[in-house]
Design a protein around this ligand. Sequence first.
Ligand SMILES: Nc1ncnc2c1ncn2[C@@H]1O[C@H](COP(=O)(O)OP(=O)(O)OP(=O)(O)O)[C@@H](O)[C@H]1O
Ligand SMILES: [Mg+2]
Length: 237
Amino acid sequence: MALLEVTEIDARYGRTPALHGVSFGIEAGEAVFVVGPNGAGKSTLVQTIIGAHPPAAGAVSFRGASITGRSIEANVRSGLCLVPEGRHVFATMSVAENLRLARVVSSDTAQFQEDEERVLTQFPILKARYRGSAGMLSGGEQQQLAIARALVQRPTLLMIDEPSLGLAPMVTDGIYDMLGSLRESGLTLLVVEQSTARITDIADKVLVLKNGRIAAERTISDASDVRAIEDLYFASV
Ligand SMILES: Nc1ncnc2c1ncn2[C@@H]1O[C@H](COP(=O)(O)OP(=O)(O)OP(=O)(O)O)[C@@H](O)[C@H]1O
Ligand SMILES: [Mg+2]
């Protein structure tokens, strides 16, 4: 049984369709990439899974139970988290306050402190800037904060919408090194990106999303699979 199962999802904004019959599964421990151009429906897909945008049709299940239409809070409590596109870090608030916003799961203070301490050990820069305002962090550090805020919630499956957005390649390298270690530690990942550039690093499976539909899906075991998915990406334009 897959950890996450998305079945025949349709999503709309008013009368405008954004996703058509999208189906795929993610096994526990996998890193799955969804790549697709601007406007393909990638953000809509993760927003639908997390419960921010109810699907017009179809079903989502997590750990074998239906979560279709369930609230974001209930999903987060059950171990499903999303780092949204554009990070949504609160610039005028401190790093500490931004992390505290994640206290959906740890209502108990001691538990929260333990979760926060664990995450700050993974992100030394956030520990160093703990009392400083998040707006003073660089783009890469803000991305770390957005990911840290999700990790405080102890996810089983972490979805990240365009982690490389607006970041220099070297900074993106650092973010992907960190995602690689999270995956090594057993976290299941669903990563959304516009390009295929980063799939070599950590992907087990790649889905190409075009015009709201899955145009291709491929398991990645070596570099030839990466080349094949690049060809499929460009062929399906
Ligand atoms: N709030 C909204 N209201 C109306 N239409 C929307 C809204 N959000 C997205 N759309 C439309 O839905 C489609 C899918 O958008 P979505 O943001 O999911 O794409 P995306 O693949 O994440 O794109 P990007 O790579 O630019 O982030 C697009 O045609 C977009 O214009
Ligand atoms: Mg998007």
